[in-house]
Ligand binder design. Sequence first.
Ligand code: ARG
Length: 496
Amino acid sequence: MADSAAQNTEHLALWGGRFTSGPSPELARLSKSTQFDWRLADDDIAGSRAHARALGRAGLLTAEELNRMEAALDELQRRVDSGAFAPIEDDEDEATALERGLIAIAGDELGGKLRAGRSRNDQIACLIRMWLRRHSRIIARLLLDLAAALIEQSVKAGTAVMPGRTHMQHAQPVLLAHQLMAHVWPLLRDVQRLVDWDKRIDASPYGSGALAGNTLGLEPVAVARELGFTKVTENSIDGTASRDLVAEFAFVAAMTGVDISRLSEEIIIWNTQEFAFVRLDDAYSTGSSIMPQKKNPDIAELARGKSGRLIGDLTGLLATLKGLPTAYARDLQEDKEAVFDQVDTLEVLLPAFTGMVATMTFDTDRLEAEAPTGFALATDIAEWLVKNGVPFRHAHELSGACVKLAEGRGQELWDLTDDDFVTVFKDFLPADLAPQVREVLSTQGSVTARSGKGGTSPARVREQIACARTTVESLRAFANSNSDGTAYKTPQSLLK
Ligand code: ARG
């Protein structure tokens, strides 16, 4: 625990000149945000380092003062890391706490100089950007891991077929790989959204001051570079007051939740006794405290459930932003808990979800047996008729007549006799041709025929998988850009 000198529990007020009393305890309690914003402490110290150097370049700190300031900030970072320094009850926010900590180390005179030319308004706007940019890469990596696990499952599935459904009803047979890959593309788009968002959030508001800019001749571009940004916000009011980029991140996080929830719903249904398409690994399923036979898909259910709160975080934030006058207002403090909750949720959910996906096993015999049932080959009959010159409108009718006939007898389409086909097609096809429709009444024939771009034929699905793999690899450059330095580079001080 902190020794009292390091902790310096003496209250620090960031204002007071014009006040006759300190804040009431009720206000202090309401106003306090350290319980959630302390996680910005590292970014804050990185910002302070860059700001101190800007003050030095502007001649507002001597070389000797700058040296001492940097040493004090290093010491502050060490105390934060070790837990020797932490917020106390009286600290309003992380910035207040850190200024108190700095003054405890550097003394009133020097410690008090760092605040010149900056405001908590431009600071906090900058810190949330830094924090989100760092975590966007972590989330991107976790999403790519999930996409890669789905791709591996698709490869493993080979040419196994399953019933494809629309309206939850048997529709047309598809490759299991095709169905699984349908969940990969939304996840890759979520990562692409983050890559795209990062270009917009790549601007530092540091130097915007409270709202109007600063008078001290500081160089915001240099500060921005040190903090991993390539540019500075163009408008100081926008820089301090806009949170559309935080909301945009929140949308991507919510969308990610929805995408994972859709897959969850599928897994939950496939995992029921009635479907029995998929088995979950014991390590990624749970039991019941009362029913010994139970094995539950809790990870998928938690993912489905948590998507609700990810959406709630986004809508809460949007509602907060909606009515605000255009410059900093304290309401903006509410941006943080929303995205912190989303990031915490996704960073704990995604690894578990990926583990479940990577280890699930499919009953491909059962999938194969179910694939053509429920008259799932009716479209194939219609399209075979079209290839033999029957207009689609009639082909649709004729295929429907086959379904009606089979259904009436409690049979499937392939149980119909040659005579049945001759009779049903008699106005359109010669009798010797009609029974040849059987050539499309196989599941493999059906999927192989769907060979147009994006279709479920094995050849197209192989290409699709190759394309997804390339996309995953190219997106890894973003996910790993914390360390490779080609894009956003996490400030050295934050790489612990
Ligand atoms: N803690 C605030 C936030 O998170 C920043 C402080 C700004 N306070 C102020 N009185 N201008 O948004």
